[in-house]
Design a protein around this ligand. Structure first.
Ligand code: FUB
Length: 326
């Protein structure tokens, strides 16, 4: 029986699912939410994650398996706290887990760990990727073999602290009529040993080619980027954060600029919304999380999936996550 729109696992809280197909099986790389009674704040202190578990499904209808702890914070020399939303990529004959965490100075960086198996255990590199900063890495391997990492997140994710190439702990968002903060991108080396380019900013523009403004909270970038390719077009999708939408923009170039196209999903129960999109056996799926199981506790999230459909013109059909209950 299909697990569509039901929690994939319920024995632990999972969030931020990055789904991939390796060897004809589905692998989901989520964050692991730890239950506690602390308060929520704009710095994201309630997300106290310390390890990763990889989930897998033999088919879209199969039971979802928790393959156990794949990496723990205590084994990563450079990390002090908060191992947040990860992603994974297969390259150089190995599986690589790519994850954000706070370094010893409390600054979010992106690290890499490798394994012979898609479910780990993963062996971390000694240090984070030099030049990396902020959260929410999405690693996209293009058809020509180039590997891109998209990332960045506002507020707790510290993107507002990086308006220059120097970290400013007091950094603030731009004024509402100024261009919004843009997500980050860099090419990665094929063996994942470092960045293969400078970190650059991805432009997201409106239908007139104008950069989205910081006050355009229904459309501007907040966090949780994902990249996929459909019919030769690059789809860059993300969360709008404060307005809780999953939205997308398209381009003919993986480096952008991307033109805003519309909404993928209406808000879920809970503050955060974070997703991935994957093709499996000729259908497309959206993996996402919500807080329905925990009764709306923001840091007790569960991972779900649903089918994603395109219109003939390549636009995505907007999903109401609870339409099946209405
Ligand atoms: O899971 C911690 C943070 O919450 C992620 O990095 C964000 O994308 C949001 O889902």
């Amino acid at each position: 029986m299909s697990k569509e729109r039901t929690p994939l696992v319920t024995h632990i809280f999972t969030a931020d699912p990055s789904a991939h197909v390796f060897n004809d099986k589905l692998y989901i790389y989520p964050s692991h939410d730890l239950p506690h009674d602390g308060e929520d704040n704009d710095n994201g202190d309630e997300y106290v994650m310390e390890d990763y578990h990889v989930l897998s499904m033999d088919s879209i209808d199969a039971e979802c398996v928790d393959n156990g702890e794949a990496l723990n914070m205590r084994d990563v020399p450079w990390v002090s706290n908060q191992m947040w939303a990860p992603d994974a990529v297969y390259t150089n004959g190995k599986y690589y887990l790519v994850f954000p965490a706070r370094d010893k100075d409390g600054i979010f960086r992106i690290g890499v760990a490798e394994s012979e198996s898609p479910v780990g255990p993963f062996k971390p590199q000694e240090n984070y990727l030099e030049g990396s900063f902020s959260i929410d890495p999405c690693v996209f391997k293009d058809d020509d073999g180039k590997i891109y990492m998209y990332n960045g997140g506002l507020w707790g994710g510290q993107l507002q602290c990086w308006k220059t190439d120097k970290f400013d702990p007091n950094g603030t968002e731009p004024a509402k009529d100024e261009p919004a903060l843009e997500p980050l991108c860099a090419e990665l080396k094929e063996d994942m040993s470092g960045l293969a380019s400078e970190v650059f900013r991805i432009k997201i523009v409106d239908e007139n080619g104008e950069p989205l403004k910081a006050g355009d909270e229904d459309r501007r970038y907040f966090e949780g980027p994902w990249m996929h390719k459909y019919n030769g077009l690059y789809y860059f999708s993300y969360s709008t954060g404060t307005t809780h939408y999953l939205v997308y923009a398209t381009s003919t170039d993986p480096k952008g600029p991307f033109t805003y196209r519309g909404r993928i999903m209406e808000p879920v129960i809970g503050w955060t919304t974070h997703h991935s999109i994957v093709e499996y056996h000729g259908k497309w799926y959206l993996f996402y999380h919500d807080c329905e199981l925990s009764g709306g506790i923001n840091h007790r999230r569960t991972v779900k999936f649903t089918e994603l459909k395109y219109n003939e013109d390549g636009t995505i059909v907007t999903i109401d996550p609870y339409s099946h209950k209405k």
